[in-house]
Design a protein around this ligand. Structure first.
Ligand code: CTP
Ligand code: MG
Length: 218
């Protein structure tokens, strides 16, 4: 299946608080989104659409204005993906340590699924607690996965999943949830620990250390 990548980079980066959109914050000497663009190129994925904030077009790439929510940005990017792409790989520019192999493995997993999502096994024990902080139960960690990107979809599946009411779209923190609710088969693809999302200034420091000290991480 021919695959295109949708790189979502239109968030404002409020929690990072760097004074500019997160994907454009300099990380180990380059705008954060460049690391993901390199990994995509190394994975052989040449069709890339980037959802960007106003005034942040990236030279040499197809860019579209992002939406008010992450899913709206995905939808805008999907609309600009080349018609011949039957599979799409959605990736957060906020995960700059993504390895090319993870793009390949999520795309391959689509063979037997409607969506395939990068995910990390939970290492902490997870408990459910009420608003009063009283623990209700402890979940079975062996079955729990923390969901990341890349997320691979059959194009028609993603198109249909995103074609929902705006409030539902706004509630979707990951696009695969929209596929699940529609009864689709979603599989997890185990990701390496380094594929974390840069959310806070501490995360940025860790990413800086990993990328700065190991330029050969790819
Ligand atoms: N994103 C996007 N459009 C939006 C919101 C988010 O393209 N309207 C992208 C971000 O650029 C990021 C990814 O979705 O690559 C994951 O979102 P998140 O980590 O929440 O980034 P921000 O929304 O930028 O950060 P914050 O929530 O702290 O403002
Ligand atoms: Mg956000």
């Amino acid at each position: 299946m021919k695959a295109a990548a949708l790189l979502v980079a239109a968030g404002s980066g409020e929690r990072l608080g760097a004074g500019r959109p997160k994907a454009f914050v300099v990380l180990a000497g380059r705008p954060m989104l460049d690391w993901s663009l390199d990994a995509l190129a190394a994975a052989g994925i040449t069709d890339v659409v980037i959802a960007v904030p106003d005034g942040h077009e990236v030279a040499g790439h197809v860019c579209v204005p992002g939406g008010a929510t992450r899913s709206a940005s995905v939808r805008a990017a999907l609309a600009a993906a080349p018609a011949e792409a039957q599979a799409v790989l959605v990736h957060d520019a906020a995960r700059p340590l993504v390895a090319p192999d993870l793009f390949r493995r999520t795309a391959q997993a689509l063979e037997h699924a409607d969506a395939a999502v990068a995910a990390a096994r939970m290492t902490d024990t997870v408990k459910e607690a009420g608003p009063d902080h009283v623990v209700q139960c402890t979940l079975d960690r062996s079955r729990l996965w923390a969901i990341q990107t890349p997320q691979a979809f059959r194009r028609a599946t993603l198109q249909a999943a995103l074609d929902v009411e705006p409030d539902l779209l706004a509630r979707a923190t990951d696009d695969a949830w929209l596929v699940e609710r529609a009864g689709g088969r979603v599989v997890v693809v185990e990701a390496p620990a380094q594929n974390f999302k840069v959310t806070t200034p501490d995360d940025l420091r860790v990413a800086e250390l990993l990328l700065g000290s190991s330029p050969a991480h790819l």
